[in-house]
Design a protein around this ligand. Structure first.
Ligand SMILES: C[S@@+](CC[C@H](N)C(=O)[O-])C[C@H]1O[C@@H](n2cnc3c(N)ncnc32)[C@H](O)[C@@H]1O
Length: 339
């Protein structure tokens, strides 16, 4: 453990079960150590401490690696009693992964878990369907934002509109819009998310009404409706999946707001789905969003809100419980301010 904490990487060569046990034991040691770093009280400090722990855990545990070699049916783990991982690895890494190679055991376990989860899919009630997910793609397991968009398409019909879903992930919001009759373009910067959203559009038989493109934010064109559920916490991202939740320097949100008007067709509107957790944790100033909207020439033309229902919001042992239990997620209808 001291070696790993000092920055050395270890290639484990025993059997698979022991490798997993070692990783779990290292995790427990780190958790105990990191807990002793505590002592500060503001919600912001507690959040920053949680993120420091997360980074330390990610960096340290990622140094325990296993060898991956070519097997008769694809890549396999070079450890005794290892399970079949060829499909999970090919799904997560594509076929360009160099063999033999090394992978952090933690990532390998994540890929195997994602593969199992992927075969079942994530149930999305407002869609009445299970969506496929992939390793590193944000899965809509928290339902508030999906329910807000499902409610919005009932209140403000989208049939026949040209709509853009910025940062589509599994494609969930674009799929809701396409099902409600919109002609959708969906973007994501992550190639895995793009592949995942395309697959879901095909499985839900709306691929003729939903095009998915790899792009930074808006891509090309103007739309009557632009929908976005951005990463909602302005803070550094540590892992690939973190990039769906954390928005370093608040740049995604700032760029989205600054660029929205230029991507709206005349009379068009944006639906921004954003929780107020950042304000509650002191990561974004109380009136900062308002100022950004003003500076971007946008105004709020109404919207709807949802209280938190996800399990973490009910976990009284969570150090951030006070903020998470009161978090409000809002869908704001943004329009260009008339001069
Ligand atoms: C909070 S997730 C939302 C995913 C999905 N729309 C949903 O509601 O479940 C944010 C998404 O934005 C994507 N993203 C991050 N930066 C991006 C960028 N610069 N351009 C396009 N998409 C981006 C992430 O890959 C992620 O899929």
């Amino acid at each position: 453990m001291a070696l790993v904490r000092g920055g050395a990487a270890l290639i484990y060569r025993g059997d698979y079960r022991n490798a997993r046990q070692l990783l779990a034991a290292m995790g427990r040691r780190l958790a105990g150590r990191a807990d002793r770093l505590g002592g500060t009280r503001s919600l912001r400090d507690l959040f920053l401490e949680e993120r420091r722990k997360h980074r330390l855990e990610h960096e340290t545990l990622s140094r325990l690696a296993v060898l991956i070699e070519a097997g008769p049916s694809g890549p396999r783990v070079a450890l005794a009693k290892a399970p079949e991982v060829a499909e999970a690895l090919t799904e997560a890494l594509g076929t360009n992964f160099q063999l033999p190679g090394a992978l952090p055991l933690r990532d390998l376990l994540g890929m195997v878990g994602a593969h199992e989860w992927r075969s079942k899919g994530v149930e999305v009630l407002p869609l009445g369907a299970h969506l496929r997910t992939r390793w590193g793609v944000f899965a809509p397991v928290r339902g508030e934002h999906v329910e807000l968009v499902a409610e919005a398409v009932k209140r403000w019909p989208v049939a026949g509109k040209r709509a853009l879903d910025v940062g589509t992930g599994t494609g969930v919001l674009g799929l809701l819009l396409a099902r409600a009759g919109a002609l959708v373009t969906a973007t994501d910067i992550s190639p895995d998310a793009v592949a995942c959203a395309r697959e879901n559009a095909q499985r839900l038989a709306v691929a003729d009404r939903m095009e998915v493109v790899e792009a930074d934010l808006f891509g090309e064109g103007r739309f009557e409706l632009v929908v976005c559920n951005p990463p909602w916490l302005p803070h550094e991202a540590v892992t690939a999946l973190d990039r769906a939740v954390y928005d370093p320097g608040g740049r995604f949100l700032a760029r989205f707001l600054d660029g929205l008007a230029a991507h709206l067709a005349p009379g068009g509107e944006g639906w921004l789905i954003l929780s107020d957790l950042a304000e509650r944790l002191g990561l974004r100033g109380e009136d900062e969003l308002e100022r950004q909207l003003e500076a971007a020439g946008l105004t709020v033309a109404g919207g709807i809100e949802a209280a938190p229902r996800h399990p973490r919001s009910r976990d009284a042992a969570d150090p951030l419980h006070e903020a998470r239990s009161k978090e409000v997620t809002a869908l704001r209808r943004l329009v260009v301010r008339s001069r």
